[in-house]
Design a protein around this ligand. Structure first.
Ligand code: C2E
Ligand code: CA
Ligand code: CA
Length: 637
């Protein structure tokens, strides 16, 4: 084996050398033991015929060297050896092997002259046997084995051939041929040993690669979902020794539009940078991973307190708020974080994740852009959520659901412009449930599609009884925008006899954002039918003016959140004004939601708002109460 001296060692070669040394250190002691036993036997058989120097002193010296080598190699076993030491050990073996072989041969042949034919046969047996053992035991170290063979076999063969005794000549020839065959075997074996070791190294490399691929997110190079859950399991198991930890689930707000508007390459760039910013903000002790899409997760280990975790999570949110530079434009996103501490809940990674996810859901709804940690109230809310979900799954939609209608009023004339249908549910088990609670649950499955069908059919039947100039506004969910659901909706409208021009379908920004292309298709289909389309809750979510520009809209409903403070807060007034102006510029109708007081109405009217909706004008009404309660306001202006 060629032993490079250079400092820069090929790691494969280094690993191969280590494998050689390992195999060698297992077999070389055996070789020395064989040599020792054979030498003792040969010395013993010549004790009475040969001089003491040859029968005792010489073998004793040789055996001492063997014993020393046994000790040296035994000490090397199972000890990690660096490359340089391994090279040195093999080099010594390459030199010492032939020298020792020659010494043993010299000693044995020196005994030859003293014995009778039996003893001479013993000498020849000793020499031949030693050569075979040497090759055999050093199969992994070709150079050393070859060295010993060359040091012993030619000299021994020559010795035998020159004795002038036909039997010895025959033995010499035989020995030479057997040795040649053994050398060939040595070459074949050492080659296949090398191939085997290289194969093992390659297999290990591939399995390392596989491990990396299976556990790393290829885009951000962060640990992936699988690794995150494995780590979560480890953290739960080590909770006793390593203490409490906090898990966070991070979801980006406003990432989807970047993907939709600037393309996937830009989206990927943002995700990579998000990963880097999160990792930097979270610090070295946090374990950040990407769960998929725009969802990331973090584990804060090391007995972190809830307050500390919230603090770091705030920093992570803040880090994402700086704009992301994308080919010439800069995009903004924000993040919501749901946290849960390990001592809050059970011993299952699934439960922890679900609770962090629930806190996230809460963070998205209530405290956009701020982290929320799972608490006892969330626990209660989850129980209620589960109860509602159970009741909803087995609900009799026709019997348990009904509609209320809330007027949208022209504030200048006081006349009803249209009525918005709002779902109501009274469950036999859970009692009256707000749509704000059951709609999101229904939206998790195709239940929402059945609900939409039933309620729209009813709303259309009710609207047929209203004066022709009074419109019907109907809320749609993201799942209602699929082509199949759209076909059902369009079919219902066509079959109802209600003029589609009286209809406005409301969809929220979040629903439109879930799949922009789908939303665009659905809204175009509704407009082709003759119905109008309104963007609901404008400003409540992650508002993007680009969406307003790109979606085929007729109307915008400004979220009630904006006018809550309008009487006191000039900024609210300015924002509302600019939104009203925006609608005017884009030639979109504008409805202000949630008007509760006269002073709000007056301020809004002063800002140029005409269409309003809210408790000031009317609470949502049962269909049968509409003529009674709205009376004149329903009549044509
Ligand atoms: P939304 O479409 O924004 O409906 C307006 C909500 O604000 C209604 O709540 C209404 O009762 C309430 N509201 C109206 N005026 C005022 C006011 O002056 N002050 C206050 N504080 N609230 C006011 P509701 O009926 O609980 O509906 C909640 C949400 O549930 C709706 O919000 C809508 O997104 C969803 N939803 C309701 N019915 C349906 C439906 O049939 N289908 C779908 N997909 N979603 C629905
Ligand atoms: Ca609505
Ligand atoms: Ca709304």
């Amino acid at each position: 084996m060629h032993l490079p001296r250079s400092e820069a060692v090929d790691p494969t070669e280094a690993a191969y050398l280590r494998a050689v040394i390992e195999a060698y250190s297992r077999q070389v002691p055996v070789l020395y033991v064989i040599l020792t036993i054979s030498a003792v036997a040969l010395a013993a058989s010549h004790l009475r015929v040969a001089p003491l120097a040859l029968a005792v002193a010489a073998p004793a010296a040789l055996i001492a060297i063997c014993a020393l080598r046994i000790v040296i190699w035994a000490r090397r076993r199972n000890r990690p050896m660096d490359y340089a030491t391994a090279c040195k050990a093999l080099r010594t073996a390459n030199i010492l092997g032939p020298l020792l072989g020659a010494a043993f041969l010299g000693w044995a042949l020196a005994l030859f002259q003293y014995g009778d034919p039996f003893l001479q046969a013993h000498v020849i047996f000793f020499c031949g046997f030693t050569v075979v053992s040497c090759i055999f035991c050093q199969l992994h170290a070709r150079t050393a084995a070859l060295g010993v063979t060359l040091a012993v076999v030619p000299a021994l063969t020559l010795f035998l051939l020159t004795r002038g005794e036909p039997t010895l000549v025959a033995i010499g020839v035989n020995l030479a041929l057997v040795s040649a065959a053994m050398v060939r075997m040595l070459f074949v074996h050492s080659r296949s040993f090398r191939e085997m070791i290289l194969g093992q190294l390659e297999t290990k490399r591939l399995s390392d690669d596989n491990y990396r691929l299976a556990n790393l997110d290829s885009l951000t190079a962060l640990p992936n979902r699988r690794r995150f859950f494995a780590r979560l399991d480890e953290s739960i198991e080590a909770k006793g020794s390593r203490g409490r930890f906090v898990v966070g689930v991070i979801d980006l707000d406003g990432f989807k539009p970047i993907n939709d508007l600037y393309g996937h390459i830009a989206g990927d760039k943002v995700l990579i940078e998000v990963g880097a910013r999160l990792a930097e903000a979270a610090g070295d002790d946090a374990f950040i991973s990407r769960l998929g899409g725009d969802e990331f997760a973090v584990i804060f280990a090391g007995r972190v307190s809830d307050a500390e975790a919230l603090g770091i999570a705030e920093r992570m949110c803040a880090a994402l708020q700086a704009p992301f530079a994308l080919q010439g434009v800069s995009a903004k996103i924000s993040a919501s974080v749901g946290l849960v501490s390990s001592d809050q809940c059970g011993d299952s990674a699934k439960v922890l994740y679900e609770r962090a996810d629930y806190a996230l859901y809460f963070a998205k709804g209530a405290r956009r852009g701020r982290p929320v940690i799972f608490s006892a109230e969330h626990e209660t809310a989850i129980r209620r959520f589960n109860a509602i979900e159970q009741a909803l799954m087995s609900a009799d939609i026709d019997r348990e659901f009904s509609l209320n209608y809330q007027p949208i009023v022209d504030a200048y004339t006081g006349k009803v412009s249209s009525l918005e249908a709002l779902a109501r549910w009274t469950s036999p088990t859970a009692g009256p449930v707000s749509p704000a609670d059951f709609i999101p649950i229904a939206e998790r499955s195709d239940l929402i599609n059945r609900l939409t069908q039933t309620l729209l059919r009813r709303a259309l039947a009710d609207a047929a009884a209203w004066p022709d100039h009074v419109g019907l506004s109907f809320n749609l969910s993201a799942r209602d925008l699929s082509p199949e659901a759209m076909l059902g909706i369009i079919g219902l409208v066509r079959g109802s006899g209600v003029d589609p021009r009286r209809l406005v379908f409301e969809i929220t920004e979040t629903a439109a954002m879930r799949d922009f292309a789908l939303a665009e298709g659905a809204l175009n289909a509704l407009r082709a039918l003759g119905a109008g389309v309104a963007l609901d809750d404008f400003g409540a979510g992650h508002s993007s003016l680009t969406y307003v520009r790109l979606l085929p809209l007729d109307e915008i409903k400004i979220d009630r959140g904006f006018i809550l403070d309008i009487e006191r807060d000039p900024t609210s007034r300015d924002i509302t004004k600019s939104m009203v102006d925006l609608c005017r510029n884009l030639k979109l109708a504008c409805v202000i939601e949630g008007v509760e007081t006269e002073s709000q109405r007056d301020i809004l009217a002063g800002l140029g708002c005409r269409l309003m909706q809210g408790y000031l004008f009317s609470h949502p009404l049962k269909a049968e109460d509409i003529p009674l309660r709205l009376g004149d306001a329903l009549l044509a202006a």
